[in-house]
Structure formats: C-alpha cells, structure tokens
Design a binder for this molecule. Sequence first.
Ligand SMILES: [Ca+2]
Ligand SMILES: [Ca+2]
Length: 307
Amino acid sequence: MKKNQVIATIITAVMTITAATTTAMTAFAGSATGVTGEYQEYNLKGMDPNMAETKPTVSLSHIELPLNVAQENPVQEVEMTITGAKLKYCSTGFHIGYDERLTVVLDEFGSCANMGPAGKKLGKKDALGSNNDLFISTMCSENLGIDGVLWTFQFQLPENLEVGDKFPIEVLYRNVNGTGDIFASLENDDASHLMEAWVFTNGIEQGYIEITEPEIEEIPEEEPEEEMIIGDINGDQIINASDASQILATYSLVQVGGDIPLTEAQITAADINKDGKVDAKDASDALRYYTYLSIGGTLTIEAFLAQ
Ligand SMILES: [Ca+2]
Ligand SMILES: [Ca+2]
C-alpha cells in the first residue's frame, strides 16, 4: 500500500466514528459491565490467527484504587500498551469504549487521547464519540510503531464512589460499512493481515478501574509514656545518691554549655522542687531525701519536701 493510500485509510477510519457511535447505540443499551458499546466480531476471512508471525498484545491499564485514594484523585490515567510488535506496525485504528459513569477529560488542546512513547514517530488522530467511546488512529510512512505505551486517556471518576465499583475501559472492535479497525504494517500484506487478525481475536487485554477497600492509614503506636518517680532519675525505682549525683552531673554539664542528656520524663523526675530547672538544689534535695530514707523515713518525696 502506498503512503497516500495508508493516509486515506486512516482518514476513512476517522470519518466513521459518527457512524460507529450510531451503531453502538442501536446495538446495545447498557450492560452489566457499564460499557455501552459492543465488541463486534472480527471477520477472519478464512485466516487462522495462530499462523501470525507477529502476535502483539494490546492491553489497557488494570487500575485498583483504594476508595480514599480514588476520592482524592478522581482523574485517573489509563494507558494502552502494545507488546510484541516492535517496528512491525504503522497504521492503527481502535475504538475504545468506557463505562458510562466515567467522563473523558480533554487536554488543553481538546484531545481525548495523548500519544505515548511507543507512537513517538507516528502521525495520530483522536476523536471523542458521543456514546461513551472514542476513536484513535495512527499512520506513518514506515513501520515505526514500537512496544510500550501507545496512548493515554484521562478519565474522571464519578462522585459517590463505593468499594467494589468497577469501571471497564475496553477496546471495541468495530467494522462500520466495511471500514474496520486496524492494526497493520505499511505493507498491509498477508503477514500484516494475520497480525491484525491475532490482535483483534486473541491480543486484547481489556482494562478497568476498580475501587477497593480504603487504605487504613497506619498510625504509629505511641511509645508508652515513661512512668517515673520524682527524684528517681535513673529509673531503678529507688531514690538514692546515684540520682543525686546524676542530677548534679547534668547541672554541671549544662553550665558548661552541654545539652541536657535526659529524656523529657527524666527531666521531670530530676526537677524535684518543680521550679522548671534541673540544678544543684534538686541534687541536694535528692541527697537529703535519700539520707532521710536511710534513717527510717517513710514519707513520700513530695511530702518530705513539703515539710
Ligand atoms: Ca534511682
Ligand atoms: Ca529544680
């Protein structure tokens, strides 16, 4: 096929979108999946797709979104990815049907689809249908289509999402008045026909956006607050000369510009007279109380200091 013929084919394919939409409306009214259009049968014309040398896969994203993530990000990008057809194709035309609850988000140029890296060298055309479908096509004067993301689409999710909602996005093969969707090489020869037959009978992986259980935000378990006895700065449950020493050492360290080497709880325990500072007075209170206990005293440290 000559370049001009290829372009003509593409243009014809683009032109048929209106007709295709009309067909879909009459052929199908609603479905369990939410895609309004139907997948028409591909006419094999006696070909066995298994004989194809090139067996590409055309897949649409499978997106599983926790409910809260979907609510925060209601616009989702869906990709159409080609695999197994590197430098084997140039002319393509696909109808994409999507769940009637989805809305296509047009870009700043008014396009309903954007070319991905796999189609970098290809000419392109996209058109939004009127029945929850769109049509995308490519052309080139060489087989410069490669593997990877060929197209991306942006869809807006509806409000009132629920866990378990599933929004299909599907390739819908269409043949409108003899002009079918295509996946072809420039040569458009028998190998190309077999490749296309494979794609439209075995090579489609349909896509969807599914809403899953909301993600529970992990709240880090708070460290249980250290229960410390006033005066017991080293936490061994007794108040003695060691505590007094450590309070004094802390005071000295701070006096020479060091950081207080104590936890919040230790600082609270060390500030025995509760004046907001850890200093020599606290150290001497600890030592006094220790001495008091050592000679048989039974009051709590608070009661002892209040004397
Ligand atoms: Ca102690
Ligand atoms: Ca103090």
